[in-house]
Write a protein that binds this ligand. Structure first.
Ligand SMILES: *Cc1c(COP(=O)(O)O)cnc(C)c1O
Length: 349
């Protein structure tokens, strides 16, 4: 960054002064010795779930630290990315005063969080080739612009953004740049995680909901500087990641081979789906994708959506999004589901 980055100036005034809730598990941290725990008003009869979970998810973080090459102090886990993103809003955006920048068409949750947190959303459309419009973004910024959301690979368009453009934004935006990498495991592009030390204003979010196949347990991950993570830790609910989630996440992250195998298979199926779509008469454009879905422009999205429904296939109609008129978003399914989808598409036209 060209200027010295000062995280303190971005934190909400009331958050600066908050004393975090100190839980029983904060006050006494077990060193593994046999103790009688009478500090948290838990039911003492063991059933595997009668104790509060680790508020800092140490086992899971240490495994993730090893796999991702990022220190545990640069990590915050949450109840899905949704919670992580909400914490970022609450830590840095003053309601009714600050603004954030989003780049539609993009993930709908940012807009929901804008509403919940009463901040202004400055929307700067992607260019027609679905890339960030850097000059327009920098024009939209003022001293109250706290966050810039970059979803890459982007949902619903599927593409990963040009690294040069993202880098330009990291270097010139004076607030925090949140890069949402929910789909990074499907991309040819590498994660921005390796750039955390270079850019003190960078926050990277990832999730176990997509490539890891764990949408049901709700686990989101936020990577950022120690200073940013410390602020988020101060305001997070003490037991925000439950015990069942921590256990299941640990098992899944340990089984990296299975995850990689599924990702490979999804990528193969994605290729087969794209090939098949090329032969479908009503398909007008297939957009490049770095994710586990394909955005497609069709002749009449409402009609095709309905026809697919009648054949038992549910896709997402993204036509109401800017730049996405008459588009459908297809998630890549299993080989069997994909075969059925392709047969149906051929039937339809
Ligand atoms: C699916 C998705 C997520 C995942 O959110 P979770 O709350 O972790 O399930 C995050 N960002 C984008 C862009 C997504 O499409």
């Amino acid at each position: 960054m060209n200027k010295i980055f000062n995280i303190t100036s971005l934190i909400r005034e009331n958050v600066k002064n908050i004393q975090p809730y100190s839980s029983a598990r904060d006050e006494y941290v077990s060193d593994g010795s046999e103790m009688i725990f009478l500090d948290a008003n838990e039911n003492p009869f063991e059933n595997g779930m009668n104790r509060y979970p680790d508020p800092y998810q140490r086992s899971l973080k240490s495994l993730l630290a090893e796999q991702k090459g990022v220190s545990e102090t640069n990590m915050l886990l949450g109840n899905g990315s949704d919670e992580v993103l909400d914490l970022i809003f609450r830590a840095f955006c003053e309601p009714n005063q600050d603004n954030i920048i989003t780049l539609p068409p993009t993930y709908g949750m940012y807009k929901v969080l804008v509403g919940i947190n009463a901040v202004e959303n400055r929307e700067v459309l992607l260019t027609v080739d679905f890339e960030p419009n850097v000059s327009e973004i920098l024009k939209a910024v003022d001293e109250n612009s706290k966050l810039l959301f970059i979803c890459s690979p982007n949902n619903p368009t599927g593409n990963a953004f040009s690294r040069e453009k993202v880098q330009e934004l990291l270097e010139n935006f004076q607030g925090l740049v949140v890069i949402d990498e929910a789909y990074i495991d499907f991309s040819e592009q590498k994660s921005w995680l390796s750039q955390l030390e270079k850019y003190p204003n960078l926050i990277v979010t990832q999730t176990l909901s997509k490539a890891y196949g764990m949408a049901g347990i709700r686990l989101g991950i936020c990577y950022a500087s120690e200073e940013i993570i410390a602020v988020l830790n101060k305001i997070k609910p003490p037991y925000n990641v439950n015990q069942l989630t921590q256990q299941q996440a640990l098992k899944r992250v340990l089984n990296q081979d299975a995850v990689e195998k599924e990702v490979k298979q999804i990528l193969l199926e994605r290729g087969a789906l794209i090939e098949a779509l090329k032969g479908v008469g009503f398909v007008q454009e297939i957009y490049p994708t770095d994710a586990n879905f394909v955005l497609v422009k069709v002749d009449n999205a409402d009609q095709r959506y309905q026809e697919l429904l009648e054949k038992g296939v549910v896709v997402r109609n993204r036509s109401t999004q800017p730049l996405c008129e008459n588009t459908l978003r297809f998630t890549v399914g299993t080989p069997d589901e994909n075969k059925k989808l392709i047969a149906i598409l051929k039937q339809l036209g």
